[in-house]
Design a protein around this ligand. Structure first.
Ligand SMILES: CC(C)(COP(=O)(O)OP(=O)(O)OC[C@H]1O[C@@H](n2cnc3c(N)ncnc32)[C@H](O)[C@@H]1OP(=O)(O)O)[C@@H](O)C(=O)NCCC(=O)NCCS
Length: 248
């Protein structure tokens, strides 16, 4: 079992990442947490030191412990990097969500440039929300910053998240989606403390099913007429992985 200070630090880290404590806000004074039964002064102090080591808070003597400003997420995988979108990504995003070869498998139809801008701005707005409930990130290769795909986890239910991903058609088959999904799921289990991640995939989407199975997802069943896409209703096959099953 993790020491008490570690448990407290982990819990506070999740609350800070979710935005329960706003940037610039003070964490409770140590003696308040002691009074609330979180442990001794040394326990709370050690937890605060651990948060400082993670770069989540600053601690200045006498002024208390303060939450650092929102830090953009950047996750480094074996083959790809996941990072926040910027407005400069619009052409690269359009090459993905404006391509029928990609969107035929997604829950929406192909989009134009105006819709691509709106999509990016929507992800940026939701990234800044407190608490943050969507982790929608651009995927780049490790050695260049151009977006070649996206991966998304939206929080829903009890410590649960829904996964989605796509890669530009000309980049298929190099393991990018598998690595992006693996990296984002690891973040979700480790840092966001999720218990369950699910993915709803079209029954004929062999490539996406291969990605999910490679990552150890278990098939749960069929969601009937789950999405309306390409002018018709489509079933989804529901897959999930639980935190104790996760082998990154
Ligand atoms: C699904 C998708 C993201 C995969 O991206 P990718 O970067 O090519 O994925 P990876 O290279 O990591 O893995 C693809 C796997 O699918 C397998 N695959 C590809 N096409 C396949 C097919 N027609 N039949 C069976 N397996 C197939 C590959 O062999 C590979 O498995 P492997 O590593 O065991 O060999 C990409 O095809 C895509 O963007 N599709 C359209 C959008 C989409 O379907 N998103 C998911 C919605 S649920």
């Amino acid at each position: 079992m993790a020491p008490k200070w570690q448990e407290l630090a982990d819990r506070l880290a999740v609350q800070i990442r979710r935005g329960d404590f706003a940037p610039g806000q003070h964490l409770p004074h140590i003696r308040e947490l002691v009074a609330a039964g979180e442990g001794s002064k040394a326990t709370v102090h050690a937890a605060y030191k651990a948060l400082e080591a993670k770069g989540l808070v600053t601690s200045s003597r006498g002024h208390g412990t303060i939450v650092r400003p929102h830090k953009p997420i950047r996750l480094v995988g074996k083959r790809v990097v996941l990072r926040e979108f910027t407005r400069e990504d619009v052409d690269d995003v359009l090459a993905i969500i404006g391509d029928d070869a990609v969107t035929t498998w997604l829950s929406f139809d192909s989009r134009d440039g105006v819709q691509a801008v709106a999509m990016i701005e929507g992800t940026m707005e939701r990234a800044a929300q407190k608490p943050r409930t969507e982790f929608y990130l651009g995927v780049t290769k490790r050695d260049e910053d151009r977006v070649i795909g996206f991966a998304r986890i939206g929080l829903s239910g009890a410590q649960a998240g829904k996964l989605g991903y796509a890669v530009a058609a000309k980049e298929w088959g190099h393991g990018y989606a598998t690595d992006a999904a693996r990296t984002l799921i690891t973040y979700a289990f480790k840092e966001l403390r999720l218990h369950r991640v699910s993915a709803a995939i079209g029954p004929d989407n062999a490539a996406s099913i291969a990605v999910a199975q490679q990552l150890g997802f278990v098939r749960e069943g069929v969601l009937r007429d789950h999405v309306f896409t390409n002018g018709q209703w489509r079933d989804s096959v529901l897959f999930s992985v639980l935190v104790h099953e996760w082998r990154p």
